[in-house]
Design a protein around this ligand. Structure first.
Ligand code: GLA
Length: 725
């Protein structure tokens, strides 16, 4: 519910469990009074707003006098929704507007507030939807003809807040936004740990947990994509918080480009957070009458530890973010050709792959890179989205899939170009940064200038023509390099600060057009593995390839950590032929995601085929209700000891799957794992020892995984099913 009292000037937002309160002070700034568990009333904030001797004085030119604010506003340290810039407050403003005359001062003050039903649409950007209410707070700059709407959204059935801005130039002169972040959040305490997910290619999303330090810390990406180096999902946790106790506040951004999460522990021991598009190399010209929308920042609140926050994000992503119709439904068992044969295939080999892939339960065969243009190595072909008919008879491949009653999917990398391509020869100016003496290469490729709508239209026309000719059910959308030389020949000098953001807008515009026009095709995101695993992509793509690393030694961490912020239903995970662990182990791990394969299927032994087919059966039977739509519990993190354990429980609490995975060989140790989320009174049979126990037993005593001898990466996949008789 959202209420605003003109008498107390307090704006309160709450649902059944969380509350948020903002006070419009005498100066017209929005002071953040409260964020936490729901309160019975929202008037009594005496201790938070103590007026005192630090109240900020000012000299009023008209009266020639020194004046303070009657309500004791302290400009340097009062928790605010929108700090001004260029004044006494030095903590950092979320928005900075540069006037035509060159001043940076940005001083947005309250004008009015209205209540909107639902979530406001964010023009040109993916955004959330659902049962929510929004406070649309109108702010106006004291000096410039610039307005900002601060949208504060609260969900009815989830402990989620959204924050974003729409900045509008209602004057006659153009202004420049030199910072346009999505949110500020000020909290009156700073005794939190900051968790973020650092990484690199094939080692995405490493768990990093550090105490907030005095001064500024930044988690950011300037790679032009959300990146493998840092993920936009971060959280703060109270010092003693665990998976099921303590305060945890999670953050994410519905965006796929450069971002910055900046924490400042102030000298006053308060916390000042900014989150949004990275302001490095950002500048946006806002001409008269124009608006700029920032991406939505998503904030999840939990008073009960990290798993409650994680489950809130999972439900939010599934129910309020993804737009693909079947996102929570069953996702077919996928076979991808890449690791099996990379570029070295012909029609016969692919047909032979399909014949053997179906034996391990494949329901969707994906032909990865190498089918188009002159793409026989990674040095050529990107940009030429025409089937290389000398190499592959795609129609025959599709017919073969249909004969096997399985679906067919294909790989694209729409935002990239090789210099050895017809598109480059015809349009070198389509390359981002074109006009320079030298351009950086990665995998022999450049980024296309997706800031230029003509380039986006060209790729759209090529892809559309392909989809019209070839009936594909699935597309893997890759993005295999970092952006460099972010200069666009299509824009004048004074608009080059817009390019990073415009590249992302180009990505969304193409993906948006294609997903609307071909709603039956399921698009999976990918970027050198998991380099663009973010909420912007998930809006269009119900799953994202998690990492090119499928070897369980690293994969355990990657998958576990990814699943803290993102639901298992969107985590693309495949069994490959890495020699570190047996297929049964790799398959059990892949089951906790959207299950698939990448290997040479012609080389599998009968025993391996049986193992994989059996796991595919488990997936078919339980994926939708237990993994995709169930509740996930992180029972033991792989970095907390020598084993990892995760559990999923179906919504009706009748079925549960537990994955236990050992790391290094260890002899003679107890391994009791207490389960969660079961009905205490129901009785369940478990497949570990075949016994029947109550939910209470499993929660209090647990499952006993102790074995005298436990090898590297040995695992147990345990199914618990309710016993009614
Ligand atoms: C990236 C992807 C891989 C594969 C290759 C193809 O690295 O992450 O899965 O598609 O590109 O070139």
């Amino acid at each position: 519910m959202i209420r605003y009292s003109k008498t107390t000037r307090i704006l309160a937002l709450d649902n059944k469990s969380i509350g948020y309160a903002v006070y419009v002070n005498d100066a017209g700034y929005l002071e953040t009074l409260y964020f936490g568990k729901r309160l019975a009333g929202y008037t009594d904030f005496d201790c938070v707003r103590k007026s005192g001797e630090f109240a900020s004085p000012r000299y009023v030119v008209q009266t020639g006098k020194e004046e303070g604010y009657a309500d004791g506003f302290k400009a340097a340290c009062a928790p605010l929704e929108v700090s001004p810039h260029g004044l006494w407050d030095k903590r950092g403003a979320p928005l900075i507007v540069r006037s035509k005359e060159g001043s940076f001062e940005t001083d947005l003050r309250f004008k009015s507030v209205r209540r909107l039903k639902g979530v406001p649409a964010i023009e040109g950007l993916p955004h959330a939807h659902g049962d929510a209410e929004t406070a649309d707070i109108l702010l106006e700059d004291k000096n410039l003809r610039v307005r900002a709407h601060l949208y504060l959204t609260i969900f009815a059935d989830k402990d989620i807040l959204l924050k974003s801005f729409c900045i509008e130039n209602f004057g006659r002169k153009a202004v420049r936004l030199t910072r346009a972040m999505s949110m500020q959040l000020d909290l009156p305490r700073a005794d939190y740990d900051l968790v973020h997910f650092h990484g690199r290619w094939a080692k995405e999303r490493d768990y990093c947990c550090n105490a907030l330090t005095d001064g500024i810390q930044e988690i950011s990406s300037n790679h032009g994509r959300s990146s493998a180096e840092e993920n936009p999902f971060v959280y703060l946790k109270e010092k003693n918080a665990t998976t099921d106790s303590g305060e945890v506040i999670g953050f994410n951004l519905i965006y796929s480009g450069n971002f910055k999460f900046r924490t400042l522990v102030t000298p006053f021991r308060g916390l000042h957070l900014l989150y949004g598009i990275d302001d490095e190399d950002f500048e946006w010209k806002l001409s008269a009458g124009e608006k700029f929308f920032t991406p939505q920042a998503v904030i999840a609140y939990s008073a009960e530890g990290t798993d409650a926050m994680s489950q809130t994000f999972h439900r939010f992503i599934r129910e309020n973010l993804m737009t693909y119709a079947d996102n929570c439904e069953y996702k077919p068992v996928l076979f991808n050709s890449w690791e099996g044969c990379t570029f070295d295939f012909d029609t016969d080999l692919i047909l032979a792959y399909i014949d053997d892939a179906v034996k391990i339960g494949t329901e969707l065969f994906v032909l990865d890179d190498g089918w188009f243009g002159a793409r026989n190595t990674d040095a050529a072909g990107l940009g030429d989205w025409k089937v290389n008919e000398k190499k592959i008879d795609l129609k025959r491949v599709i017919t073969h899939c249909t004969a096997h009653k399985i679906k067919f999917g294909i790989w694209f990398e729409p935002e990239m170009i090789n210099f050895d391509s017809d598109l480059f020869r015809a349009h070198p100016e389509y390359v981002l940064g074109w006009g320079k003496e030298e351009l950086s290469l990665a995998r022999h490729q450049f980024c296309l200038d997706f800031a230029n709508p003509e380039v986006v239209d060209n790729i759209y026309a090529q892809m559309r023509a392909f989809f019209k000719e070839y009936p594909v059910d699935y597309v893997k959308w890759d993005y295999n390099r970092t952006v460099a030389e972010h200069v666009s020949a299509a824009y004048p000098a004074d608009r080059q600060g817009e390019i990073y953001h415009r590249l992302v807008l180009g990505y969304y515009s193409l993906l948006g057009r294609l997903t609307r026009e071909f709603p039956k095709i399921m698009f999976e995101g990918c970027a050198s593995g998991g380099g663009r695993f973010d909420l912007g992509t998930l809006y269009y793509c119900p799953q994202i390839w998690c990492s090119d690393e499928s070897d369980p030694a690293q994969r355990i961490d990657i998958q576990f950590n990814t699943s803290i912020g993102y639901p298992l239903s969107c985590i693309g995970s495949h069994v490959n032929d890495s020699p570190v662990a047996p297929y049964s182990t790799k398959a059990a791990l892949a089951l906790f995601g959207t299950y698939g394969y990448e290997m040479n299927p012609n080389k599998l032994t009968q025993e391996e085929i049986d193992t994989l087919a059996k796991t595919a059966d488990v997936y078919r039977k339980y994926h939708r209700d237990v993994i995709a739509n169930g509740t996930l519990y992180h029972l033991r993190a792989p970095y907390e000891g020598n084993y990892m354990c995760m559990q999923c429980v179906s919504q009706d609490k009748k079925t549960s799957l537990v994955l236990f995975m050992n790391k290094f060989k260890e002899l003679d140790v107890f391994r009791f794992v207490r389960l969660k989320g079961l009905d205490a009174r129901k009785r369940y049979r478990n497949t570990l020892d075949g016994q029947v126990h109550t939910g209470e037993y499993y929660e209090k005593i647990g499952l006993n995984f102790s074995e005298a001898w436990m090898n590297e990466f040995s695992h147990a996949l345990v199914l618990l099913t309710e016993v009614t008789k």
